[in-house]
Design a protein around this ligand. Sequence first.
Ligand code: CA2
Length: 152
Amino acid sequence: MGATGDFSGIHIINGPNLNRLGIREPEIYGHTTLAEIEAICREAAGDVPLTFRQSNSEQQLIDWIHEATDTAAGLIINPAAFSFTSMAIMDALKMFPRPVIEFHISNIHRREEMYHHSYMSGVVTAVLAGLGARGYGHAVRALIGMIEDEAA
Ligand code: CA2
């Protein structure tokens, strides 16, 4: 068995508007584009197969979580604004039986009140927020460590 067990690799799912990163609001989200974030993740993952995706559609995100549930050793999700609205994504994440990290570029707790309660945080393994775009690399390394711990 490899570092990711019987399930192959890790999946990273990004929610609405994150395809616009680096273009607007750099004071909150920085100058790094989503393509650059994908490169950061691939470097952090090393030999571990990585599926990296973004969608603006709630239905697509749910379908990808289901796919990850059937195939992936671990999952990182930045649900973006759906964090604060989507019980459907929360329900899909509840069914993911292996390590899952909720990731946010910004520190959502330092922002306006409407960003303080994520439906996802109560059903995921861990939450990472406020580390900026480079934080995706930390999330990948942490997830691989969690998967290896579970396999040991
Ligand atoms: O900090 C994060 O990663 C967020 O998940 C990003 C979401 C926001 O709703 C969450 O509170 C925190 C928003 C992503 C919007 O992406 C933009 C990209 C470029 C310009 C403006 C927004």
